[in-house]
Design a protein around this ligand. Structure first.
Ligand SMILES: Nc1nc2c(c(=O)[nH]1)N=C([C@H](O)[C@H](O)COP(=O)(O)OP(=O)(O)OP(=O)(O)O)CN2
Ligand SMILES: [Zn+2]
Length: 148
């Protein structure tokens, strides 16, 4: 196949434990309570998050790989495990602590997506990051934006 390479998707799954509190610096205490309810409790609460990172790219003719899973694992360790595992997302993770972003799973997914995208080699695209906050609450981010 001289001018064409088959494209494949590679997914790596990791898990991390973290606690958080749903609280917006852009809202009053009353508004926070009304919107986030029990999840606004100042003591916070914890989750065992499951993260699925999927990349897309051509299968290299010589290695048979899109990306070596060892390399993907190293990136995820840096962006997810080192940064978030056994942390309080609101207090210990600078991107949340120093901004008005609420630690919803949507925003955690977005932050992880941006961090992983920065570290991937140029021939590999980040297809999506999916986080299971609980068995019932799952968020996917694919790098899309909408005009507001
Ligand atoms: N759009 C979002 N809504 C909510 C988020 C979120 O990240 N995005 N997060 C929460 C809370 O963090 C909370 O932890 C969810 O917990 P809970 O409702 O207890 O979890 P389950 O749905 O799995 O449990 P059930 O009690 O069985 O419903 C809230 N909303
Ligand atoms: Zn929660």
């Amino acid at each position: 196949m001289a001018n064409r390479r088959p494209v494949a998707y590679v997914t790596r799954v990791e898990s991390f434990s973290a606690c958080h509190r749903l609280h917006s610096k852009l809202l009053s205490d009353e508004e926070n309570k009304a919107i986030f309810g029990k999840c606004n409790n100042p003591n916070g609460h914890g989750h065992n998050y499951k993260v699925e990172v999927t990349v897309r790219g051509p299968i290299d003719e010589k290695t048979g790989m899109v990306i070596n899973v060892f390399d993907l694992k190293t990136i995820i360790n840096d962006v997810v495990m080192e940064a978030m595992d056994h942390k309080h997302l609101d207090l210990d993770v600078p991107v949340f602590r120093d901004s008005s972003m609420v630690t919803t799973t949507e925003n955690v997914t977005f932050v992880i997506y941006e961090g992983i995208k920065e570290q991937l080699p140029s021939h590999v695209q980040l297809h999506e990051v999916k986080i299971h906050e609980t068995d019932k609450n799952i968020v996917v981010y694919r790098g899309e934006y909408e005009k507001v």
